[in-house]
Design a protein around this ligand. Structure first.
Ligand code: SF4
Ligand code: SF4
Length: 93
């Protein structure tokens, strides 16, 4: 099985800004609720860092929440991350 769509996470780049969560949630109906986003940011107390965790479904296929303003189709969370924590990989060539 080929994975034409896959999101790569580089946790050490994450600053915990949660723009990814806001971008994901903004596609959902109703009040904005980043806590329900497909991506969550864990706070690692021992290491003092942020660790993004994303739903398995998000990793396997395009969620349909397209990032606006870019010709390359990518999910809203990936497009919203300003720190290179989320990347598309394995795109069909
Ligand atoms: S892949 Fe889609 S559903 Fe999953 S976190 Fe990103 S924007 Fe949300
Ligand atoms: S937008 Fe990027 S840096 Fe900000 S919390 Fe999400 S993954 Fe981390």
């Amino acid at each position: 099985m080929s994975h034409a769509h896959s999101i790569r996470i580089i946790p050490e780049n994450c600053r915990g800004c949660r723009r990814c969560q806001v971008a994901c949630s903004s596609h959902d109906p109703g009040p904005l609720n980043p806590r329900l986003a497909g991506i969550q940011i864990l706070q690692l107390e021992n290491e003092g860092g942020n660790y993004p965790v994303i739903n398995m479904e998000c990793l396997e296929r395009f969620c349909g929440k397209a990032h606006q303003g870019n010709t390359e189709q990518k999910p809203a969370c990936v497009g919203a991350c300003p720190f290179g924590t989320l990347e598309m990989m394995g795109a069909a060539s």
